[in-house]
Design a protein around this ligand. Structure first.
Ligand SMILES: *Cc1c(COP(=O)(O)O)cnc(C)c1O
Length: 383
């Protein structure tokens, strides 16, 4: 087919809108210039509603993992205990970051494909009253589960003094950040998922409580958030930032403002419902329950009739469609459809249609058009 036509439906990186690409092609400016200061003051302000906070949002030139590492190392003193909810590959990574940095880490393991129950978290908090932070994954990208962050945060604050640190990398920009409303102490996201930007930036915001924990003695030089805090007062970053990407942030936030954040969030919900209805109509098993389902990524399980990795490879060759596979214990057992950021209901129809054609060619007994039709019906009922 068309060699340059691709459909990127992985849960990151995600497609970048043309408007944003153009914005990133603006002439380069010096990162100590008044023009940059003006740009950066503006983008830092525009990120606040996306995070749902009135607190400053710091921009790091580094991928999401760096901001997660910064979240812990800047707010939890070395050697103090942390609790990490591990319900997939990214919870596991958050725990690895803690272990690597020498924190005694208690992992609250949850079956992959399910959300953690607030009751289990409460019990864990009572068993570990000395924990100084609870680390949560808002949207577990490896399974397509969205955890009830508001409820979990409430439990933590009710039963302990621990800080609530949240990895929102694969959903902020597609679902409400609610940082202030839910009393989250640290919220982190990255540029390349629901934020519609290329990889390379991450964003982190701290509550007043978390801010009070910042010290000059952070073990990392580059990730010392005190330096970012100090420089943000001058609308600058401590080191040379990815200026072009920050030009992109301005355009992205403008797009979200034009659409309105409420509509952005509704669109993600609708895309989730359309995707799930389509997959169900084809008779394929979904990994997650309706209640746990993520608005940004949907996981579909293998059946006796097809191997997810074969389907992905066929769709990639024939149509230039990128779907994600399973990670770690789910490797080879699922495929994942990313529907976040620059993705519309029409993209869901195209994606389902390609999946149907792929399944048919692999000999799976499905009726062509049945998934698309179910998704169309969801669309028509919801607009
Ligand atoms: C993608 C992702 C990350 C990792 O981000 P990088 O930008 O690859 O460092 C962390 N957490 C979640 C939930 C993610 O989806």
């Amino acid at each position: 087919m068309l060699q340059d036509q691709t459909f990127l439906r992985a849960p990151g990186p995600t497609p970048v809108p043309d408007r944003v690409k153009h914005a990133m092609n603006e002439p380069m400016i010096g990162h100590r210039s008044p023009s940059f200061a003006q740009l950066f003051a503006d983008t830092s302000e525009r990120l606040k509603p996306i995070f749902g906070t009135t607190q400053p949002v710091y921009t790091l030139t580094a991928s999401g993992t760096a901001a997660l590492e910064a979240a812990v190392t800047n707010t939890v003193p070395k050697g103090e205990k942390v609790i990490v909810v591990v319900a997939g590959a990214f919870g596991d990574r958050f725990a690895n970051i803690c272990e690597h940095n020498g924190y005694p880490t208690h992992r609250l393991e949850v079956e992959w494909g399910r959300s953690v129950s607030p009751e289990d978290l409460k019990n864990t908090l009572q068993e570990h009253p000395d924990a100084k932070a609870v680390l949560l994954t808002y949207n577990e990208t490896s399974t397509g589960v969205m955890h009830p962050i508001g409820e979990l945060s409430e439990k933590v604050h009710q039963y302990s003094e621990a800080l609530v640190l949240v990895d929102g990398v694969s959903c902020i920009g597609g679902v409400p950040g609610n940082m202030d409303h839910w009393n989250l102490d640290v919220l982190v996201t990255g540029s390349q998922k629901a934020m519609m930007l290329p990889p390379g930036l991450s964003f982190v915001s701290l509550s007043k409580r978390a801010e009070a924990k910042l010290t000059d003695g952070n073990p990392s030089f580059y990730l010392n958030l005190k330096a970012y805090q100090k420089q943000l007062e001058n609308s600058m970053t401590p080191y040379t930032p990815a200026v072009s990407l920050i030009q992109g942030v301005k355009e992205v936030s403008e797009m979200m403002k034009e659409e309105t954040l409420d509509h952005v969030f509704e669109r993600h919900h609708l895309m989730k419902d359309m995707t799930r209805a389509g997959i169900k109509a084809l008779g394929l098993p979904l990994l997650t329950s309706e209640e746990d389902a993520s608005p940004t990524v949907t996981s579909v399980k293998e059946t006796a009739e097809f191997k997810p990795d074969e389907l992905r490879s066929l769709l990639s060759k024939q149509f230039g469609l990128t779907l994600a596979g399973g990670q770690k214990e789910l490797k080879g057992k699922i495929f994942r459809i990313g529907h976040m950021g620059y993705c519309s209901p029409v993209d869901i129809l195209t994606t389902l249609s390609m999946i149907e054609m792929g399944l048919k060619q692999l000999g799976v007994e499905i009726e062509l058009g049945k998934g698309v039709k179910a998704a169309q019906e969801v669309y028509v009922q919801n607009v």
